[in-house]
Design a protein. Structure first.
Length: 276
């Protein structure tokens, strides 16, 4: 028969575990898509080697790994100071505990507005563009292939990036929340045999990334000025400005109050049909 003290102890343990689990989960969300993920992978490998040396009593190897870990703790703080500062800033703003629905709606409206204005302007002038909106899948590997900008998202800046004969005209722009992370990025080309011959490298790159992530990719054709969206490996073609706004809102805006923000959504199970 359980005593009251025993029940209280079990409840305390359960609450303790739940809080620690939540903190670890939020830390992993903060680190997603950053260089710190690679660091964690490296630390995991070192810890596995340390455990191996402990089990088989490899004293020299164990001592060496312990020294590496002790020095590495200091190196982590120095090397990843920007990531740690960003994490603390998000905690200070309450970002760890999520945004309100009103704030989330404002963020989505801002992104949709700036991107739709940009593609409408470029489409009329037949200026090619490739804009990637990151969601749950981190795109750090692709961001590192381009020129780092870390600039606030604006239509004016996007237009200037894609102007012909400028250094950043070729390649993709990758947007994370309201920040233009990098321009001139290289994306993986799709190898699908079902892509029509009239689609060029820009469209193949957009489809290729959408096959490997949940990102939303906006494409403007340099030949025709047509606007397309690549989502979940499917391409929607010949969209109007109103159509782009509608589809971006549909993809990026949470459907209900319980839905997570578009930057942390999971892939939709519904396939996007190709508009001919």
């Amino acid at each position: 028969m359980f005593s009251w003290d025993g029940i209280t102890s079990y409840l305390n343990d359960a609450v303790d575990i739940a809080i620690v689990s939540y903190i670890i989960y939020q830390l992993l969300k903060l680190l997603r898509g950053t260089r710190a993920v690679q660091l964690l992978q490296g630390i995991s490998v070192v810890l596995l080697f340390w455990l191996f040396s402990y089990i088989f009593q490899l004293e020299t190897v164990g001592w060496l790994l312990e020294e590496i870990l002790s020095v590495g703790a200091i190196a982590v703080v120095v090397i990843f100071q920007p990531e740690l500062r960003r994490a603390l800033e998000q905690i200070g703003r309450g970002g760890v505990f999520g945004r309100s629905r009103q704030v989330e709606d404002q963020l989505v409206s801002k992104v949709v507005g700036e991107v739709s204005k940009t593609v409408a302007y470029l489409s009329k002038r037949k200026i090619g563009a490739l804009i990637v909106l990151e969601r749950q899948t981190g795109l750090t590997d692709y961001i590192e292939t381009g020129i780092s900008l870390q600039a606030h998202l604006s239509s004016e800046l996007l237009r200037n990036i894609f102007l012909p004969n400028t250094p950043l005209h070729d390649g993709a722009v990758i947007v994370r929340e309201q920040t233009i992370m990098a321009a001139g990025c290289y994306l993986p080309l799709s190898e699908s045999p079902f892509i029509t011959k009239d689609l060029g490298t820009r469209h193949r790159a957009g489809i290729g990334l959408s096959e490997n992530s949940d990102a939303v990719i906006v494409i403007v054709s340099e030949e025709t000025g047509a606007i397309s969206l690549a989502i979940h490996g499917k391409l929607e073609r010949a969209l109007t400005e109103e159509g782009v706004i509608s589809r971006l809102y549909e993809e990026l805006k949470p459907a209900d109050k319980k839905a997570p923000s578009f930057w942390h959504r999971r892939n939709s199970k519904e396939e996007v049909e190709v508009n001919e």
